[in-house]
Design a protein. Structure first.
Length: 140
């Protein structure tokens, strides 16, 4: 760490000797720090998803094949878990749509495991295309 500090100090002194102004140094270092900040944020995002995948794989009470409802304020997602991967959980909805949900988000949301009775009622209401019944079954 001391070596890095000395190197940085020597670079600044060399720039000042060569006639580089303080304003130019400030712009250069703020640009470098912005790039480093973006890189660290991207690294953190990847690491948080990998850590979440380990928690989901070993401690998640739901497994592949379970029917779940992820409670999100914008759109509740109901489906059965097809796969749990390193970065996301893959769900298949009743209509066949495939949904990928990031692991770091699934740990932050309420997840309801649906019972067999709820699953049967969902499938029956899907066959009759009655959207209100689907919501009533999942809410109860």
């Amino acid at each position: 760490m001391l070596n890095l500090g000395l190197t940085g100090t020597m670079v600044i002194i060399a720039c000042l000797i060569l006639g580089v102004e303080y304003g130019q140094l400030t712009v250069f270092f703020s640009s470098v720090f912005a790039v480093i900040g973006v890189a660290l944020f991207a690294q953190w995002s990847i690491l948080s998803n990998i850590t979440a995948s380990l928690l989901i794989f070993f401690g998640f009470p739901y497994r592949v094949g379970d029917w779940v409802k992820i409670c999100d304020k914008d759109d509740d997602i109901t489906g059965h878990i097809i796969e749990i991967s390193t970065f996301h959980v893959i769900l298949q909805r009743l209509n066949g749509d495939i949904v990928t949900y990031p692991n770091s988000l699934i740990l932050q949301k309420a997840v309801i495991k649906l019972s067999n009775d709820n699953i049967d009622a969902l499938k029956k209401s899907k066959m009759t295309n009655d959207e209100d019944k689907v919501e009533d079954v999942v809410v109860k």
